[in-house]
Write a protein that binds this ligand. Structure first.
Ligand SMILES: [Zn+2]
Length: 142
């Protein structure tokens, strides 16, 4: 689909170039009505080109989001929930390592390691969404 957007943009650019060429030829004729139509056509094509560029950006964003979700789905299969956080599965259904934020995992579909508060060891915070957990509910696991 991204390729078809590229073709659309190339076609629109070619059309704008052609119309600009016609405008140059038109100088000697002084037919104001024809000139107004050409100006309108150029404006329309320019709008179409901008729309195509926006569509291309949106497509790239969606492709990135799809890749992110595919990675999440693959990784999610290797994770287990324990108390209030997610952990990597040791392979036996038990978690290991550092905890991941359950809010980010379940809502944003991304894995973000939690960080123990340096001033209050009883608090553990997600650096992405800001959720604060009781450290006892999301311990590091071996
Ligand atoms: Zn989070």
């Amino acid at each position: 689909m991204a390729d078809s957007v590229g073709v659309l943009l190339a076609s629109l650019k070619a059309a704008v170039d052609i119309v600009n060429g016609l405008r140059a030829i038109d100088k000697g004729y002084g037919e104001s009505e024809l000139k107004m139509k050409i100006i309108s056509l150029v404006d329309t094509l320019a709008d179409a080109k901008l729309a195509g560029l926006k569509m291309k950006e949106e497509l790239a964003d969606k492709e990135q989001k799809i890749a992110q979700l595919e990675e999440f789905i693959l990784r999610r299969g290797c994770m287990v929930r324990y108390l209030e956080a997610y952990y990597e599965d040791k392979g036996d259904g038990e978690g290991k390592g550092q905890p991941f934020c359950s809010v980010c995992c379940e809502v944003s579909k991304k894995f973000v390691h939690l960080i123990r508060d340096s001033t209050d060891r009883n608090k553990t915070t997600c650096p992405s969404c800001g959720t604060v957990y009781a450290s006892s509910r999301c311990p590091s696991l071996r």
